[in-house]
Design a binder for this molecule. Structure first.
Ligand code: API
Length: 282
């Protein structure tokens, strides 16, 4: 599947104890037909009141706590199977809700953002995470500097720029910033241009997956960081390379992400080795 071009594999592991191994993830990603950004593995529930446990695996084999675009894909797949309803999921980032609307758009309640330095986490104490000391490029003329940081369950840094987000070599700076010592659990790195209070243009270098066409949690982080630095309102369209997402930071502090999901094709997958066969066209 894909969520605005964010390449997602939904792996149905209900009724089994199997998990997608890091080796399998790396092997699957090495094949051009199955290159992906995240695998969303659907497992039986572990907590009463939730319908499914979702494990999220990056293309480098590491686990992610949250994935907004992938959650929309999961909601679409389950809606196709069970009919439209509100689904309740458990992830490493907590309890997430998702629902498909009549028009096919899918909204996911991603929970509440966190801003304390130890929640992101950062390796250094910052009283105010709306702007933290971090820069790349010449010391007196940094290319990117002073990001806002936030946790949407997973760590995000939003670098604000006034010019074209495509004029920055995110493929070069992304890996350096992702692995900067300030971030003990690494970080998803975004460049944001605020067009107006209701629109942000965003590119993201994802932790564990690299440059992607879309990153839902990064869109959420950009919006909450935009709102708390008074760059935007609490609801905005976030334009990512793959298209438009809508992010709404509700009064109850929950962040709701809305956008499309698209089924591509299906097959059978061995979660231990990553071996697969294609069995069904879209
Ligand atoms: N594509 C995802 C984000 C994956 C985050 C992952 N790269 C990490 O935190 O390690 C999204 O739509 O939110």
């Amino acid at each position: 599947m894909n969520g605005l071009g964010n390449q997602i594999i939904v792996a149905d592991l209900r009724g089994t104890a199997a998990r997608v191994s890091p080796q399998a993830a790396i092997a699957i990603n090495a094949r051009p037909e199955t290159r992906f950004d995240q695998i969303m593995a659907i497992h039986d529930p572990r907590t009463p009141g939730t319908a499914h446990h979702i494990e999220i695996i990056n293309s480098d084999g590491t686990l992610a706590q949250a994935c907004g675009n992938g959650m929309r894909c999961v909601v679409q797949a389950l809606s196709a199977e069970k009919g439209r309803q509100r689904f309740t999921f458990e992830t490493l980032a907590g309890i997430i809700f998702g629902e498909e609307a009549e028009d096919g758009q899918i909204s996911v309640d991603m929970g509440t953002p966190k801003f304390a330095w130890y929640d992101i986490p950062l390796n250094e104490e910052f009283a105010d995470t709306r702007q933290v000391e971090l820069q790349i490029g010449p010391i007196d003329a940094p290319v990117l500097h002073s990001p806002s940081v936030a946790s949407m369950g997973n760590p995000h840094a939003t670098f604000w720029v006034k010019d074209d987000v495509w004029s920055y070599a995110l493929d070069r700076f992304g890996p350096l910033l992702e692995n900067h010592p300030l971030f003990p659990e690494r970080c998803n790195i975004s460049i944001a241009n605020v067009v107006n209070a209701e629109r942000i243009i965003l590119r993201t270098w994802e932790r564990g997956a690299g440059l992607t066409q879309a990153c839902g949690t990064a869109a959420c982080a950009a919006l909450v960081n935009g709102a708390r630095t008074r760059r935007t309102g609490r609801k905005a369209v976030v334009t990512v390379p793959g298209g438009d997402l809508v992010v709404d930071w509700l009064d109850n502090d929950h962040v709701v992400l809305t956008g499309p999901a698209e089924r591509e094709w299906a097959g059978r997958l061995d979660p231990a080795t990553g071996a697969w066969t294609r069995s069904e066209a879209a």
